[in-house]
Write a protein that binds this ligand. Structure first.
Ligand code: ZN
Length: 384
């Protein structure tokens, strides 16, 4: 069994469900600490300098390896996250299974596959540190699935803050992803006047009001579909939840929806929310509705193909016989936050986002081994 396969199986067997997405799980499944300790022990075993970045939450810290050559060199940062989504009602997801040339289990591709490949690459280069030209930092971070405590520490604390270029390991099927759409989420609320449902004329139905808003938002999506204005493709809007009313025999006096906007660089999350309000009023919505603050807000991110870091990744891809073209994705990742903080960041990792978060989460061993060679090539690349 290859080293990266062994590491990945170890990681999958260490539960690290994000604390914010786990309300009903026993404590021994929740939090990244078991993985953090494993990664720290691994790096110490390689006799590399260890970086610890506290996040202000007990037991939740980023851990990584620093191979620093000096101030006159560019700083290259590689990172993957240690937390996973929950396991639903399937504890079997915590037992790694090797089948048909792949490893199955929670986090196999999102994101322990990338992390295992980065650790295996570290082990490969640790034997010849004098071959490394850039300042290279490899980090395992907490809180990517929700909360984003880890990436916040990355962009605000040394030695990762101010890195010249970063690669986020997330499942991209071993392709270079230079752009991630932004995201903005918030609630819209309508009010009405409650009364007995046998006399609906006496009240104002907040659900009927919301129905008009929802219909207008469906139309807004059609307008956005024609809004391609940069490499990231069209923006989107989606209504994800709706809640209203208290009983079938009461005319409801409140209704609430959650709205999810995916963004290009044309608008910030705040502007996107305000534009929705303007659109609704422009479409003749003549009653009051309330819009909340943004619960998620990440601006779109795009690194140009001519950036030296992107060219470096394309060069390593060609050497390994991989696709060297760049693409974009519609979901947001730590790359959005890091780009917004001034670190040009792209995404590259083994496995497919299509099986992430699912009960059939897996990564192929061929992808994993390719990823070890890729990250190793990036770490050993010529000066940025
Ligand atoms: Zn992920």
């Amino acid at each position: 069994m290859s080293k990266v396969t062994t590491i990945l199986k170890d990681l999958v067997a260490l539960p690290s469900v994000n604390p914010r997405s786990a309300t009903d799980l026993p404590p021994d499944l929740v939090g990244e600490q078991r993985v953090t300790e494993y990664v720290e022990g691994f790096i110490r075993g390689l006799k590399l300098d260890v970086i610890i970045q506290e996040t202000g939450q007990p037991g939740r810290y980023n851990v990584g390896a620093a191979m620093l050559q000096g101030n006159d060199r560019g700083t290259l940062l590689l990172q993957s996250h240690m937390d996973t989504v929950g396991i639903g009602s399937d504890p079997g997801l915590l037992t790694p299974v090797e089948r048909d040339g792949a490893i199955y289990g929670r986090g196999a591709c999102d994101d322990k596959g990338s992390l295992a490949a980065m650790l295996a690459a570290l082990e490969a280069v640790a034997r010849t540190p004098d071959r490394i030209e850039n300042n290279v930092i490899v980090m395992a971070v907490v809180g990517e699935e929700t909360g984003f405590e880890g990436s916040l520490a990355l962009v605000t604390q040394p030695p990762t803050a101010g890195a010249d270029f970063a690669v986020v390991g997330e499942p991209t099927e071993c392709r270079i992803v230079t752009g991630c759409k932004g995201v903005g989420r918030w609630r819209i609320e309508t009010s009405g006047t409650a009364c007995h449902s046998a006399y609906p004329d006496k009240g104002v139905n907040a659900i009927y009001r919301m129905a008009r808003i929802v219909q207008e938002l469906e139309g807004y999506q059609c307008e956005l579909a024609g809004s391609i204005d940069d490499k990231l493709g069209p923006e989107t809007v989606s209504v994800g939840t709706i809640r209203g009313g208290t009983a079938v025999n009461v005319v409801p006096d409140s209704c609430e929806i959650e709205v999810d906007r995916r963004l290009t660089r044309r608008v910030s999350p705040e502007q996107a929310r305000d534009l929705v309000g303007q659109y609704l009023r422009g479409r003749g919505i003549d009653f009051e509705f309330a819009m909340s603050e943004l619960s998620d807000a990440q601006p779109a991110a795009l690194v140009e193909d001519c950036h030296p870091g992107v060219r470096l990744l394309a060069g390593v891809s060609r050497l390994l016989g991989l696709d060297d073209t760049t693409g974009v994705v519609s979901y947001a990742s730590d790359a959005n936050r890091m780009n917004a903080a001034g670190i040009p960041t792209v995404v590259w990792g083994p496995g497919s986002i299509e099986v992430a978060h699912s009960r059939q989460e897996f990564v192929s061993i061929a992808d994993l081994e390719t990823a070890v060679e890729f990250y190793r090539g990036v770490i050993l690349a010529t000066a940025l």
